[in-house]
Design a protein around this ligand. Structure first.
Ligand code: ATP
Ligand code: MG
Ligand code: MG
Ligand code: MG
Length: 562
């Protein structure tokens, strides 16, 4: 590929709304362009990276027995009504009507559609297990799209769904996906960690998130310093709508439409550092803030409590209260330090977060239990608080908090959708049974952004080769010289023959511009060919990440790549 024919519109300045480095660099490197809030065009260079990430995902999914399909993005409301999520999903679901006034939505995820397919296809246990996946555009009307590809409204996801005849089968399918995810993110060259995640009403560690470790991550992960335990202390995230959400003992009428406010608005109520972490505020009829949902950091909760007018309406539940609300068997062995932010609807616990459980601070274990409205409650009894037995850092060395970006999520759904949608099969004895499902997502476009969060320096991106748009860049410093052009062609052809994906910078630009752009777009290996070097019999190879330069002999340079 020749740069003169390949469109890479690099920019000197980052867009004004870019807060994180991946957003800045993706735009400056000409990889993405914004159409409107949270909606981007993948430009030629950006698309190459995404395609490479998708190819790795596809390969590993196929290895793990996945069958690729492509489902429609527009989904009929009937299916969502059948599963019960039409009324439950909230504003993230973009709803639309056709000319006949029938309701549809743009797919934020595809449990309903896939279950509809499988219930129509699978009759017998002999057809199971089955794993279907797709790599496709999703739409979620995020409250606050930001960070470029990291939290878009339109984004690319790989979503897989497994169908099994029994629990053992589901466990096996889940394990296979868990292993595939480890392979995928390792191959991509990412520093990541699988963490126990919010498993809502299902309980237990039936959900894992794959977190790319980066300061700009929106999730907080609790990691044991000495054993392998890691869990998500997820930020509180709920969209309240006036008719559905109740806040503790404040009657609904007195709460004006609970609203999601911008940071700027929130700043007028609270001091700035606290405001930066507030996601949602609830207001009473007088427009006073009565409660806030914040991200899950313990310290920040405290900041918030000092600043809210009616702080007493929030949290600090005792274990006894929790036991009472949840009816759960709470078997703590020692004194418990437990915090809960809670949102009730019809006296049902709908959201709880940041459970800090332990005998003392040193072994405090943070367990996040979040009951979002898209995680249907099958009854309080299913909500199980962790007991001493569940705590991994048994080593008692204490935990530390670190930031992560959720790039993947594996989840045992059980019969949640197969039951409501009637996805059944006949077992060995001819008896009708409900299938057990799992769902498994990867944010393919988010992966590219998080890769940049982890791999950059002050000059630009330092792509790891597996998802770099090209593996090598040959910089032609003197396009007027036949000798240089011939050598560049020779190197280009040779690298192509070696199966190396190569771009040649043959633009009419000064060397300074070429070097700057080369560093900005972050192709891992640069090979510089100039008239002076050729006279001295050398080519220069530069490792983009380390900056290390190596002189290669012009004659026999090929040896270096064998
Ligand atoms: P988040 O907690 O970041 O909102 P999620 O838990 O809502 O993500 P899932 O429903 O688990 O997301 O979807 C599977 C994967 O899709 C996520 O692990 C993430 O990598 C990706 N993803 C989710 N929302 C977005 C988004 N708005 N933009 C880009 N990728 C996303
Ligand atoms: Mg989300
Ligand atoms: Mg999440
Ligand atoms: Mg998730």
């Amino acid at each position: 590929m020749r740069w003169s024919r390949f469109y890479i519109p690099t920019l000197k300045e980052a867009p004004a709304d870019a807060e994180v480095v991946s957003h800045k660099l993706l735009t400056r490197a000409g990889m993405i362009r914004k159409l409107t809030s949270g909606i981007y065009t993948y430009m030629p260079l950006g698309l190459r990276s995404i395609t490479k990430a998708a190819a790795i995902v596809r390969e590993e999914m196929d290895n793990a027995g996945g069958n690729e399909v492509s489902m429609p993005m527009v989904q009929p409301a009937d299916l969502w009504q059948e599963s019960g999520r039409w009324d439950f999903y909230g504003k993230e679901l973009l709803r639309l009507k056709d000319r006949h006034n029938r309701d549809y939505c743009l797919g934020p995820t595809h449990e309903e559609v896939i279950t509809d397919i499988v219930r129509g296809e699978v009759r017998s246990y002999r057809q199971l297990p089955m794993n279907l996946y797709q790599i496709q555009t999703k739409f979620r009307d995020e409250v606050r799209p930001r960070f470029g590809l990291m939290r878009g409204r339109e984004f690319i996801m790989k979503d897989a769904y497994s169908f099994d005849k029994d629990q053992d089968g589901l466990d096996e399918s889940y394990e296979a996906m868990y292993a595939a995810y480890n392979a995928i993110f390792s191959r991509m060259g990412l520093k990541f960690r699988p963490v126990e995640a919010d498993s809502g009403s299902i309980g237990g560690s039936f959900s894992h998130e794959f977190m790319v470790l980066a300061e700009t991550g929106e999730d907080t992960i609790a990691v044991c310093d000495s054993c392998s335990y890691a869990a998500n202390v997820e930020r509180a995230e709920i969209q309240c709508t006036g008719d559905e959400c109740d806040m503790l003992d404040i009657p609904m009428e007195e709460v004006s439409t609970p609203n999601v406010r911008t940071i700027e608005e929130v700043s007028s109520f609270l001091d700035a550092p606290a405001a930066a972490f507030i996601k949602t505020l609830l207001f009473d009829a007088d427009g006073e803030p009565v409660a806030a949902l914040v991200r899950g950091d313990r310290e920040l909760n405290d900041v918030k409590l000092k600043n809210l007018l009616h702080a007493d309406t929030l949290e600090m539940a005792t274990p006894e209260q929790v036991r009472e609300w949840t009816g759960a068997p709470v078997g703590f062995a020692g004194p418990v330090n437990l915090k809960v932010k809670r949102i009730f609807a019809d006296n049902e616990l709908r959201l709880a977060t940041d459970w800090i459980v332990g005998a003392n601070k040193a072994d405090a274990h943070i367990k996040h239990v979040s009951l979002k409205r898209d995680v249907e409650l099958s009854g309080y009894a299913d909500l199980r608080l962790i007991t001493e037995d569940d705590v991994c850092p048994k080593c008692g060395k204490g935990i530390s908090l670190t930031k992560g970006i959720e790039v993947g999520h594996v989840f045992k759904l059980g019969t949640k959708y197969s039951e409501s949608l009637g996805c059944t099969f006949l077992d060995e004895n001819g008896k009708e049974k409900v299938m057990l499902m799992g769902c498994y997502g990867i944010g393919v476009s988010r992966v590219v952004a998080s890769c940049i969060e982890q791999n950059h320096d002050e000059n630009g991106i330092c792509f790891p080769p597996p998802i770099a748009p090209f593996e090598a860049l040959v910089v032609n410093l003197d396009i007027k010289s036949d000798e240089v052009n011939d050598k560049v062609d020779e190197i280009y052809t040779f690298l192509k023959e070696q199966g190396i994906d190569v771009l040649v910078d043959d633009r009419k630009e000064r060397p300074g511009v070429k070097f700057k752009d080369a560093d900005l777009i972050g192709i891992p290996m640069q090979i510089v060919v100039g008239g002076r070097g050729l006279k001295n019999g050398i080519l220069e190879a530069k490792d983009r990440r380390t900056g290390e330069k190596t002189e290669l002999p012009v004659e026999g340079f090929a040896e270096a790549f064998k």
